[in-house]
Design a protein around this ligand. Structure first.
Ligand code: CTP
Ligand SMILES: C[C@](O)(CO)[C@H](O)COP(=O)(O)O
Length: 229
């Protein structure tokens, strides 16, 4: 069986949400967003390690959430993240012990489906790296500093990338080390691996795996939890 370690970056401040509490610790019906997200992964075969990166002030709260949920076969640990998502994941990556695959999943995507996680793991095992995503539904424009449209790329090849982003461990470690060496900061994990020239496959997920980013996303998440609960 393929062994897996899960890294959950949860150290963001949530500036676009405009709340005092960071998004992973906001409440959804009976539990926090972080709790709901972790729950999606617990039935995954071969999952042996979970790391949650938070700000220093939420470390204790994260430890209490994780501690209550973990089954005996999974080792869990919370740690202090960094100034960027990338730094938070790098910090967690230093703690990951031997494993075949490393799964990175945003704390604020609480509706990811097990079947999609599994499909993404299988693809990463075969090719080295895989991410979940959906075809872009809007026409995407490339603009300049004056907001003048410069290009309308064909939508046929444009996908919205989600998490999980899953990689063979050695490949992800190499990608993060190279990014540090080159001072490269990306907005996702795949972009670091792509720079190495390695293969990362896009796996079709669905739109329920949205990232809770703006107040409207939080309203939608609360409605979905109510409907399913
Ligand atoms: N320094 C950071 C920044 C982000 N994240 C995490 O990365 C995920 C995706 O980031 P995003 O949704 O952008 O969260 P925030 O950075 O909190 O939001 P914003 O950009 O609006 O401030 C979130 O789970 C967030 O907690 C992190 O671990 N460390
Ligand atoms: C990794 C990610 O969720 C893929 O869509 C996204 O790039 C994170 O970006 P954010 O600006 O940190 O929300």
């Amino acid at each position: 069986m393929t062994t897996k370690a899960l890294i959950i970056p949860a150290a963001g401040v949530g500036s676009r949400m405009q709340k005092n509490t960071p998004k992973p610790f906001l409440q959804l019906e009976n539990c926090t967003i972080l709790e709901q997200t972790i729950r999606c992964f617990l039935p995954l075969d071969g999952l042996q390690q979970i790391f949650v990166a938070t700000s220093e002030s939420f470390l204790e709260k994260a430890e209490s959430i994780l501690g209550k949920m973990l089954p005996p076969q999974i080792n869990g640990r919370c740690l202090v993240g960094g100034k960027t998502r990338q730094e938070s994941i790098y910090n967690a990556l230093q703690k990951v012990s031997e494993t075949d695959l490393v799964i990175v999943h945003d704390a604020v995507r609480p509706f990811v489906k097990l079947q999609h996680i599994q499909k993404c793991c299988d693809t990463a095992e075969e090719y080295g790296g895989a991410v979940l995503g959906v075809p872009a539904k809007d026409t995407i424009k490339r603009i300049d500093d004056q907001q003048q449209i410069k290009e309308t790329p064909s939508r046929k090849f444009l996908w919205q990338t989600q998490t999980p982003q899953i990689f063979q461990k050695a490949l992800l470690v190499q990608a993060y080390n190279q990014a540090i060496q080159d001072d490269f900061v990306g907005t996702d994990d795949a972009s670091l691996v792509e720079r190495l020239g390695a293969t990362v496959k896009m796996v079709k997920g669905d739109r329920s795996n949205f990232k809770i980013t703006y107040p409207l996303d939080l309203q939608l998440a609360k409605l979905l939890i109510k409907k399913d609960g």
